[in-house]
Design a protein around this ligand. Structure first.
Ligand code: A2P
Length: 402
């Protein structure tokens, strides 16, 4: 038993290939091929940065192996399931002393893994795996960008009939497009944020909605056809869809009365914001207090999903700030410009212990928003670099970008 070491592995059965772990790892110990995400045994230093952000928990797997016979990357790439523990008696849950010590130090240094707001409801995850998905029926598919807009963004409603599929605002689900890849393997699932509140797209119905953009070009503008997004956007009412999940344990809204939300999004990053806003709209009669402030970036009003419904929301519910980047008669504006314009209210919310911050959408926005927060904090005599770790430690700062 003394020459056994613990090897960090990713469970291919529940991994949803969202790339979060690879992006999070500060020392590039995680990599992937077309099939699996894997951990480099020689590189992983057990900093545990990847554990909290993983939406499924696939990252949180280990096997005790002989120090000279760890599972190679080539082996890991071929797995459909994790290998059975070699020596169950060695105790899979028993961490070698050295590893346990490193883990403890790493977590102490970072205030522990990411966590949801203290008052968030308990999320269900992994009820349906990619190997055993459930079937949902399309009960609606509506275009929510103007007919002459370049972006075709759809509001898709999925009905689960009598299958229990509980979701919270901020969670995601997996969709498995039909068919196989060039190697003849079934397509892997794609992840979509839920756009409806926990009690259904229609209250009391066992359904949920997604915000899906038809992908016709990649981030560099090169024409490409998004396999799953085109499949979803073309679905007719009554079609059956393979669904897995739900996923996500941290990008969740607070439940306590008086909690405020500061939401910043672009494009389809609006899905979780719609879910949270609609949850609060339905509870308006309860007078629970708390503010909602939204910054939403799009090329123009015509390209902004849910522009019509958002514009009709009562002013006492939500303070909406649109930023349009491609309106010929106006200067280009990004969400970070609007945040600067509204600096007094934003700083007040950043400093409010009862305010939770959510950022979702284009990756590039993350940096711009961070710089805007730094600037407006400086103007108010605050130090953003000191405030940010406090927000994270208090589970008040949540980012999902792609
Ligand atoms: P842009 O006109 O420069 O592309 P998209 O329509 O591609 O989903 O983008 C949604 C909005 O996000 C657009 O207004 C887009 O502006 C804007 N955007 C692009 N890059 C950034 C960034 N780095 N920070 C903030 N917003 C951005």
């Amino acid at each position: 038993m003394t020459d056994l070491v613990r090897q960090h592995l990713i469970d291919p059965e529940i991994c949803i290939r969202c790339n979060t772990c690879e992006e999070t790892c500060p020392i590039d110990a995680i990599t992937h091929d077309g099939r699996n995400y894997v951990v480099k045994f020689e590189v992983c230093n057990w900093c545990n940065d990847c554990i909290g952000p993983c939406p499924t928990g696939a990252i949180d797997n280990y096997r005790n192996v002989s120090a000279t016979q760890s599972y190679s990357l080539e082996e890991q790439y071929t797995w459909d399931v994790l290998p059975a523990p070699v020596d169950a008696q060695a105790g899979e849950s028993e961490m070698p002393e050295e590893v346990a010590r490193i883990t403890e130090i790493a977590q102490a240094g970072q205030g522990g893994p990411a966590s949801p707001p203290w008052s968030a409801a308990h999320p269900y995850v992994n009820l349906f795996s990619p190997q055993k998905p459930t079937l949902a029926t399309v009960s609606g598919n509506h275009r929510i960008t103007a007919m002459d807009a370049t972006a075709d963004i759809r509001h898709l409603v999925l009905d689960f009939a009598s299958v229990a599929f509980p979701v919270l605002e901020g969670q995601s689900i997996g969709i498995i497009p039909p068919g196989c890849d060039e190697q003849g393997r079934p397509h892997t699932m794609r992840l979509y944020s839920v756009a409806s509140p926990r009690n259904g797209e229609r209250p009391g119905y066992n359904n949920l909605s997604l915000t899906v953009k038809r992908v016709t070009e990649d981030h560099q503008g090169v024409p490409t056809r998004g396999l799953c997004s085109n499949y979803l956007c073309d679905l007719q009412k009554g079609a059956k869809v393979q669904v897995c999940g739900p996923y996500g344990t941290t990008f969740l809204m607070p439940n306590h009365p008086g909690a405020s939300l500061l939401m910043i999004c672009t494009g389809t990053g609006s899905a979780p914001m719609r879910a949270m806003t609609e949850r609060r709209r339905r509870r308006l009669p309860l007078n629970e207090g708390g503010e909602l402030m939204l910054f939403f970036g799009a090329r123009s009003a015509a390209e902004l999903p849910y522009f019509g419904p958002l514009s009709k929301l009562p002013k006492q519910l939500i303070d909406i700030n649109f930023a349009f980047s491609r309106v010929p008669t106006q200067p280009k504006q990004y969400v970070q410009d609007k945040i600067r314009e509204r600096h007094q209210d934003v700083v007040r919310l950043l400093k409010d212990d009862n305010c939770y911050i959510y950022i979702c959408g284009l990756k590039g926005m993350e940096r711009g928003v961070d710089e805007a927060f730094r600037d407006i904090c400086r103007m108010a005599g605050e130090d953003w670099d000191a405030l940010l770790p406090q927000l994270k430690a208090a589970s008040r700062y949540h980012v999902e970008t792609y």
